[in-house]
Write a protein that binds this ligand. Structure first.
Ligand SMILES: [Ca+2]
Length: 187
């Protein structure tokens, strides 16, 4: 709302700061003054807060807007910090970001917890069979671990629970008695 006043003498009514009410600004005019709402306020008596956050682009990248009475604040999104929130937080610099058997991997705007070698599952609480035990596969076999699953390889013959039954039906001899055997038809 704009209030206009008129004075017979051209004095500066705005000078004393009380010509207009709270949340108003005062603009001197020739022979009078005009009261307008301060930034952030609206309504007939400038008592209605403007929600600046309704403008979704009022804050910059990696920021979110928080409306306040008469103003607003741009806070950094989680994972960002620094000037204009342009800096990625290295969450891994803090200890205990991840659980047991996990290690922290920093990413832009976040981080993740990868399983340590030898562990898997959603929270890395399942110990996977690894090739570190030399007796796992027996003699003349090569141990290979992929995605937490262990397989024993003899030349090109894969011996796991499925292949073992195939081998039995094919009449193949146990691997440690026939180390040179393979299934690809080669010599
Ligand atoms: Ca980060």
């Amino acid at each position: 709302m704009k209030l206009a006043g008129r004075e017979s003498n051209d004095i500066d009514e705005c000078a004393n700061g009380s010509a207009c009410g709270q949340n108003h600004n005062c603009v001197k005019t020739e022979g009078g003054f005009i009261c307008g709402c301060d930034h952030g306020w609206d309504g007939d008596n400038c008592t209605k807060d403007v929600n600046e956050c309704s403008n979704t682009s009022i804050c910059g990248p990696n920021q979110h807007c928080v409306n306040t009475l008469g103003s607003y604040i741009c806070h950094c999104d989680i994972g960002y910090e620094g000037f204009n929130c342009s800096g990625d937080i290295d969450e891994c610099a803090y200890t205990s970001m991840c659980g047991p058997h996990q290690h922290c991997v920093n990413t832009v705007g976040g981080y993740r917890c990868d399983c340590d070698i030898g562990w898997n599952g959603d929270i890395c609480d399942i110990e996977s069979i690894e090739c570190t035990n030399a007796t796992v596969c027996g003699l003349n076999l090569i141990c290979s671990s992929t995605n937490g699953n262990l397989i024993c390889v003899e030349s090109k013959l894969v011996i796991n629970s499925t292949a073992a039954s195939v081998r039995a039906s094919d009449g193949l001899t146990p691997s440690n008695e026939d180390p040179g055997r393979n299934l690809d038809g080669g010599p």
